[in-house]
Design a binder for this molecule. Structure first.
Ligand SMILES: Cc1cc2nc3c(=O)[nH]c(=O)nc-3n(C[C@H](O)[C@H](O)[C@H](O)COP(=O)(O)O)c2cc1C
Length: 188
C-alpha cells in the first residue's frame, strides 16, 4: 500500500450505521479485526485488549442481552424511562456489536497507557472494517454501565469498556464530516 491508498482509506472511514440488516457479519471477520487491533503500540506489552461480540444466532441474540444489561444499569442509575427503553433495542440496529475493553494496569499511568493502546487498536478495527466494506460506529458505554457491561462480556475485573462498535455491511456510504485545518506548531 502506498501513502495515497492509505490516505484514501483514512479519509473514507466515517461513523456509519447505514447497513444491510439481513447480512450477518461472520465471526471470523470480527476475530480478524480484533487481531489487527492488537497490532497497535502497547507500552510495556501489557496486552490490555479485551473483546466480546454480541450478534444473533438462531433464537439467541446477544445484542438484546447487551441492550438489556446496559438498560438495567441505566435504570438503576436514574435515567429516564424513555432513554432506558431506547437502550434496550439499540444494538438491533446492526447485525453485530463488538465490545472492546481495556484491562487495568498496575498504576494509574499504566491504566491510562493501556486505554490509549486500546483506543489506537479501535482505530485499526475501524480502518480495517472500512477497507472491506463494513460500516462501523464507535459508541461509548453509557454512564454507570461499565461494570455490568464488562461483567456480561466476561472481561477481567477492573476493565474499562472503551468502545461499543456497531458493525454491518455498508448499505449507504456517508461522507465523513469536514476536518478543521491542521495547526502544526513548530518548536524551536
Ligand atoms: C471515544 C469515542 C466515543 C464515541 N462515542 C460516541 C457515542 O457514544 N455516541 C455517538 O453517537 N458517537 C460516538 N462517537 C463517534 C463520534 O461522534 C464520531 O466519530 C464523530 O462524530 C466524527 O464523525 P466521523 O467518525 O464520521 O469522522 C465516539 C467516538 C469516539 C472516538
Amino acid at each position: 500500500m502506498n501513502i495515497g491508498e492509505f490516505a484514501a482509506l483514512a479519509r473514507a472511514r466515517s461513523t456509519n450505521m447505514s447497513v444491510k440488516h439481513d447480512e450477518p457479519v461472520p465471526r471470523e471477520t470480527v476475530a480478524a479485526l480484533c487481531e489487527l487491533a492488537q497490532c497497535a503500540p502497547n507500552h510495556k506489552r501489557t496486552w490490555p485488549w479485551q473483546f466480546a461480540l454480541a450478534d444473533v444466532e438462531g433464537d439467541r441474540d446477544g445484542r438484546v442481552r447487551l441492550g438489556n444489561v446496559i438498560a438495567d444499569a441505566m435504570e438503576r442509575n436514574g435515567d429516564s424511562p424513555e432513554k432506558v427503553a431506547k437502550q434496550r433495542v439499540k444494538y438491533l440496529r446492526t447485525p453485530a456489536t463488538l465490545i472492546v475493553g481495556s484491562a487495568a494496569g498496575d498504576s494509574e499511568l499504566r491504566t491510562a497507557e493501556n486505554r490509549d493502546a486500546v483506543a489506537a487498536g479501535v482505530q485499526n478495527i475501524l480502518l480495517a472494517a472500512t477497507a472491506q466494506g463494513l460500516a462501523s460506529y464507535w459508541s461509548s458505554c453509557p454512564r454507570g454501565a461499565n461494570d455490568a457491561t464488562a461483567s456480561l462480556c466476561g472481561f477481567d475485573p477492573g476493565t474499562t469498556v472503551v468502545a461499543i462498535i456497531y458493525l454491518g455491511w455498508v448499505a449507504d456510504t456517508l461522507l465523513p464530516p469536514a476536518r478543521p485545518p491542521v495547526r502544526l506548531r513548530i518548536i524551536r
